[in-house]
Design a protein around this ligand. Structure first.
Ligand code: F6R
Length: 244
């Protein structure tokens, strides 16, 4: 069952999502937040920072685990998800940096890093609230359409279209990472609660397909229909094609 919360626009979506995250932090100050990068959650992070600055939110007991990271990028690289998280959230609130976790893109042994990350999440007691964005093809994390749902944290080969789309952020196409470490669908499904933020008319087709269509690994986010506690916060444009 997916609970759908309709927002007017990106700002309204961000405020509503931040409200849900802040409720989680207030209810359980030592909670584990699962976090995402991309353009969708930036407004949510900005709103959380604003409330933190006003003294309404305290992240001192919170731990976090991020969904994914490019393989081969170090922390100082401004395209790494580590860098993104510090810039957009961690460096702006009082979360303990030692309690924030992003897969280590510099670990060359993929099997070792993925097993370490999966075990780390389990050792933290699992994710209380996982924040997700939605890709145009239904991907969540770096779990792209595939014949089966990948279960645990694993290493993925980025598709040509993803490499092509990311090229503009790098000096040349050769500098674009070709692989990433990502939580699996099974890892994501183990989160106690899931919060998805989606905005824009360009996501309307995939929102309808993922949440009102068939559950299939060809649309990875469709698996969320089987999770017991999913909240989708989306703006009017992104919800414009769902059955009413
Ligand atoms: C981010 C991630 C991706 C994005 C998705 C949507 O950590 O894993 O799955 O959530 O690509 O990206 P945006 O929000 O930029 O549309």
């Amino acid at each position: 069952m997916i609970r759908i919360i309709e927002a007017k626009d990106y700002k309204d979506m961000s405020r509503k999502a931040a409200n849900i995250i802040s409720a989680q932090v207030i209810l359980k100050p030592n909670c584990v937040l699962g976090l995402a990068t991309g353009s969708s959650p930036i407004g949510t992070y900005d709103q959380l920072v604003e409330w933190y600055e006003k003294g309404d939110l305290d992240f001192s007991g919170v731990s976090s685990v991020n969904l994914d990271e490019y393989r081969g990028l170090d922390r100082e690289n401004d395209q790494s998800y580590y860098y993104f998280m510090h810039k957009n959230l961690f460096d702006r609130v009082n979360i303990d940096p030692a309690r924030t976790n992003v897969p280590d893109g510099t670990e060359p042994d993929a099997e070792k890093e993925c097993a370490r990350y999966e075990a780390l999440i389990d050792s933290m007691g699992g994710v209380d609230l996982q924040l997700l964005g939605l890709g145009h093809n239904g991907h969540i994390g770096f779990n792209e359409p595939a014949p089966v749902f990948p279960k645990t944290t694993h290493c993925v080969d980025l598709t040509e279209s993803t490499i092509e789309a990311n090229k503009r952020f790098f000096a040349s196409a050769d500098d674009v990472p070709k692989q990433a470490y990502t939580m699996g669908i099974g890892t994501i499904m183990k989160a106690k609660k899931i919060l998805l933020v989606v905005s824009g008319a360009d996501k309307a087709d995939i929102v309808a397909k993922a949440f009102f269509g068939e559950v299939t690994p060809e649309v990875p986010a469709s698996i969320l229909q089987m999770h017991g506690d999913v909240t989708l916060v989306a703006d009017e444009a992104a919800l414009s094609k769902i059955p009413r």
